[in-house]
Design a protein. Structure first.
Length: 115
C-alpha cells in the first residue's frame, strides 16, 4: 500500500489532516511511510491533478474522488462528510475506508519522486 499526502502550505488544515491520517494508520496497524508532497506552483498543481489541500491518495487513488471537471489549483480543499456537511478535513471514517480499500487493492502503483 502507498499513501501520498499532497498539501499547499497556505492551507492550515493540512496539519490536522495529517494527524488524522497517522491516527487512523496507527489504529488500523498500517505500517507504511506517508509520502509528503508539498505543492508550490500552479504548474505542479496541474501536473499532480491537485484540486486542493490536503489531498490524500491511497495507492494513487484520491480518498474522495473529485467531481468531473474539477479544477486543479493552489487552494484549500473541501470534503463532504457522511452527514452531508462540508469540511476542510476528511473524516476519520473516510480515511479508514480508504485504507481498508487500499489493503485489498491489487493494482500496482508506480510513483516518481516529487521535489
Amino acid at each position: 500500500m502507498s499513501i501520498t499526502f499532497l498539501y499547499w502550505e497556505e492551507c492550515m488544515s493540512h496539519e490536522e489532516a495529517l494527524q488524522r491520517v497517522r491516527q487512523v494508520m496507527a489504529e488500523e496497524n498500517v505500517l507504511v511511510p506517508v509520502q509528503m508532497v508539498k505543492v508550490e506552483t500552479w504548474a505542479q498543481a496541474e501536473q499532480l491533478q491537485f484540486i486542493g489541500s490536503p489531498t490524500i491518495l491511497v495507492n494513487g487513488k484520491d480518498i474522495q474522488p473529485p467531481p468531473p471537471g474539477a479544477s486543479f489549483a493552489l487552494t484549500c480543499r473541501a470534503y463532504y462528510l457522511e452527514d452531508g456537511r462540508v469540511s476542510p478535513l476528511p473524516s476519520l471514517e473516510l480515511i479508514r475506508r480508504a485504507l481498508s480499500a487500499g489493503r485489498t487493492d491489487t493494482a500496482t502503483v508506480v510513483t516518481e519522486p516529487q521535489e
